[in-house]
Design a protein around this ligand. Structure first.
Ligand SMILES: *Cc1c(COP(=O)(O)O)cnc(C)c1O
Length: 233
């Protein structure tokens, strides 16, 4: 198992370096969040030993468990899942980044919890670029007003919106994937011209990271390509 993980890790690193070079990007501008959901902490340890520091989880309880098991490890935790308001206190205690914020009531609760522990919480706003009904996120047409509201209410001093996140449709159609990612980038560019802190693009998973990199991703969220297929029980 360790060899499997190490091989995946190093071959993936080489691959994204290659892709970055081919599209004229500095590979160092591309962070890999290793999505460890459904895999035990010892898998995280193996990648940690290879130098990986950023790990992503989509369920609060699972992140709490691993955070505690890996006490003392210098890990950046990324919360990437659906946010339940009653879990926000714990998420804010642990997560360096929250990728999946899109409701004002989540923003309010994150602010409250971050303020109470004197933390600036870095977040991404999730955008439902593809418009699929099953997907979470702001509509593209709502993003600007939402950001303006958050930035100009002035009561969210403990939140830093660092970028936008999206999940592409589950498809192998390159045109659809490319359009999803380039649309997110355009929304981000427009915001960035007004709010300089909004710079990052969290997009690209095991199925579509090549296109995401070509379209400007700065945070990839990669599970299967590193850890193998997840088993759900
Ligand atoms: C599970 C998950 C990923 C990783 O998916 P893979 O296809 O296994 O790379 C990325 N982002 C989110 C939000 C996820 O829930």
């Amino acid at each position: 198992m360790n060899d499997f993980l190490r091989n995946n890790f190093y071959s993936f690193k080489e691959e994204i370096e290659d892709i970055a070079i081919k599209c004229g990007r500095d590979y160092k501008s591309i962070k890999v969040v290793a999505v460890s959901k459904n895999f035990p902490s010892k898998y995280i340890q193996t990648l940690y030993e290879c130098g990986q520091r950023d790990f992503g989880e989509n369920r609060a309880q699972e992140m709490i468990n691993k955070y505690e098991e890996l006490n003392g490890y210098d890990i950046n935790w990324h919360f990437i899942g659906t946010i339940q308001t009653n879990k926000i206190r714990r998420i804010v205690q642990m997560a360096d980044y929250i990728h999946s914020v899109w409701r004002l009531k989540e923003i309010e609760e994150i602010q409250k919890r971050a303020e109470s522990i004197n933390k600036i919480q870095k977040i991404f706003l999730e955008v439902n670029v593809s418009g699929e009904e099953t997907k979470a996120g702001l509509k593209p047409s709502e993003v600007e007003d939402f950001v303006t509201e958050v930035m100009e209410l002035n009561s969210f001093g403990n939140i830093e919106i660092i970028g936008l996140m999206t999940m592409a449709p589950y498809t192998n159609d390159e045109n659809i994937l490319r359009k999803t990612f380039s649309d997110l980038r355009q929304i981000k560019d427009k915001l960035q011209s007004r709010y300089d802190t909004i710079r990052e693009l969290s997009m690209g998973m095991s199925n579509d990271y090549k296109i995401a990199i070509e379209e400007g991703a700065t945070y990839l969220r990669i599970g299967t390509r590193l850890f193998g297929e997840r088993k759900y029980n």
